[in-house]
Design a protein around this ligand. Structure first.
Ligand code: F3S
Length: 396
C-alpha cells in the first residue's frame, strides 16, 4: 500500500505508541483487502461498548489504549452500553456489571470519544454529508449512513473504528469506491409495506436473500426516516447489507438507475413477509414491551406518547433512545406522558446489549426484527408486533 511520507512517520512511531499501533492495524486491514492507499475520515462511530460483549479482555484492551494515550483526532461517537448509565438500578442491572461498564465508559472518555451511547448518532449531531468518508461500526448505523445519507463506510468493527479515530485514517477499498456501490440485484416489493414492523420484516427478508449484496429496491415510494432506519437494521442483521438503494428515495438511486437490466430480480410478496414473522416470533404470556431498536427518534417518542394518550398500561414497557432525543422529548412533555401511562424511557442501552437474562427478563415483545434475531439465541422468548399493536394490546 502506498503511504505518504507523513503516514510513514506515524507508522515509525513519531507520534507515539498508540498511533503507531492503530496505523499498523489499518495498514494490515488494507493489505488484506487490496487497498492501494489510506484516506482521511471525517468521523468515526465506535461499537463494542457493552461490557456484556467486551468481557474483561475487552475492558483491558480499552484501558491499555487509554493508558498509552490513544486520543481521537476526528469526531468520534459511541454505540450503546450495557445499561442506562444513570438509571441502571431501575433496570435491575447487577452491581458488578455496572462497575465494569462504568470503567469501559471512562476509558472511552479518556480517549476523547463522545460517550453518546446510541446506535443513531446521525440523530444526535454526528450526521455525515453525502460522499463523506467515515469509519463507522454498528451495522444499523452503517446501513443508514451509506444508504440514506450517501456517506461512505465499510462494515467496520470496534478495533478498526478506534484505530481510525486515533489516526483519522482508513484504508481505501470496498464501499468507499463508487464502483463498489453499484446495485448487485433488484428487489421488487409486490405488497404494501406501511407499518414499522413491516419495514423491519422487509429488511429482514431482503438481507436473508441478498446476504452482503447491494439491493436496488423498487415498489416503495413512501418511507419515513424511521421506516428506513428499521429496514436497514434488519437487512444488516439477517444478511450483511451495508448499502441499499431505493428507487427515487435514496440519494444515489438515480445515478445507478441505468445498467440494471442484467441484474437478477427478487420478488417479495406477503407470503415471504409472513414467513419471516412466524420464524422470529414465539408465544409469550407476560412480555416486557421493548421499543427502540434502533434507538427511537423524536417522532417515534411522539408516536408512543400519542398511542398511549393518557391510558394505563397493563404490561411493562421499556422505550430505548439516545440522551439527545430523550432531552428533547422530556422538554416537550413526552417522557412524562409515557411514564404516567406506566412505561419507562431509558437511554444509553437497549434490550439486546443489556444483560437482560441477569436482569430477570424472560419474555420480550418488540417491533424490531434485529432485536428478535439477536435475542432468539439467548434465554429470552420474543414475539413481534407493530408499535401500535403492542401498545394497544397492552392497554386492553
Ligand atoms: Fe441499536 Fe441495540 Fe438495536 S444497539 S440497533 S438498539 S440492538
Amino acid at each position: 500500500m502506498y503511504l505518504t511520507p507523513c503516514q510513514e512517520r506515524l507508522l515509525e512511531g513519531d507520534e507515539g505508541e498508540a498511533v503507531e499501533r492503530a496505523l499498523k492495524l489499518l495498514v494490515t486491514l488494507g493489505d488484506v483487502f487490496g487497498a492501494e492507499s489510506l484516506t482521511e475520515v471525517k468521523s468515526t462511530h465506535i461499537s463494542g461498548v457493552s461490557y456484556m460483549n467486551l468481557g474483561d479482555a475487552g475492558l483491558s484492551f480499552l484501558l491499555e489504549q487509554a493508558d498509552t494515550h490513544a486520543h481521537t483526532r476526528v469526531r468520534s461517537t459511541l454505540n450503546p452500553a450495557g445499561m442506562d448509565l444513570e438509571r441502571w438500578k431501575e433496570l435491575a442491572v447487577p452491581e458488578s456489571f455496572a462497575q465494569k461498564q462504568l470503567q469501559v465508559i471512562s476509558a472511552f472518555e479518556r480517549m476523547g470519544v463522545e460517550t453518546t451511547c446510541t446506535c443513531t448518532p446521525y440523530l444526535v449531531g454526528n450526521k455525515p454529508e453525502i460522499g463523506e468518508q467515515i469509519a463507522w461500526a454498528e451495522s444499523s448505523a452503517i446501513a443508514y449512513s451509506n444508504s440514506i445519507l450517501g456517506a461512505r463506510t465499510n462494515r467496520e468493527t470496534g478495533p478498526t473504528t478506534l484505530a481510525s479515530a486515533v489516526t483519522g485514517l482508513t484504508p481505501l477499498y470496498g464501499y468507499r469506491i463508487t464502483e463498489n456501490r453499484k446495485p448487485t440485484g433488484i428487489v421488487e416489493v409486490e405488497t404494501p409495506v406501511t407499518s414499522d414492523l413491516e419495514f423491519s420484516v422487509l429488511g429482514y427478508v431482503v438481507g436473508a436473500q441478498m446476504q452482503n449484496g447491494v439491493p436496488y429496491i423498487r415498489g416503495l415510494s413512501v418511507a419515513s426516516q424511521e421506516n428506513l432506519k428499521a429496514l436497514g437494521a434488519a437487512a444488516a442483521t439477517s444478511g450483511g447489507i451495508a448499502l441499499y438503494h431505493i428507487e427515487n428515495v435514496t440519494p444515489e438511486s438515480r445515478s445507478f438507475a441505468q445498467g440494471l437490466k442484467d441484474l437478477e430480480t427478487l420478488k417479495i410478496g406477503r407470503n415471504l413477509l409472513n414467513q419471516a414473522v412466524s420464524k422470529l416470533s414465539a408465544d409469550v404470556r407476560k412480555p416486557i414491551i421493548c421499543l427502540g431498536c434502533p434507538h427511537c427518534s423524536f417522532a417515534e417518542m411522539q408516536q408512543v406518547a400519542d398511542i398511549l394518550a393518557g391510558g394505563r398500561l397493563k404490561k411493562r414497557l421499556w422505550v430505548f433512545t439516545s440522551r439527545g432525543v430523550y432531552a428533547e422529548a422530556e422538554r416537550q412533555g413526552l417522557v412524562d406522558l409515557i411514564e404516567h401511562s406506566g412505561g419507562k424511557v431509558f437511554t444509553d442501552t437497549c434490550m439486546v446489549v443489556a444483560p437482560v437474562e441477569d436482569m430477570g427478563v424472560e419474555e420480550i415483545s418488540t417491533n424490531s426484527c434485529k432485536a428478535a434475531q439477536y435475542l432468539s439465541g439467548r434465554r429470552v422468548e420474543v414475539a413481534l408486533g407493530s408499535m401500535r399493536q403492542l401498545l394497544r394490546e397492552a392497554m386492553a
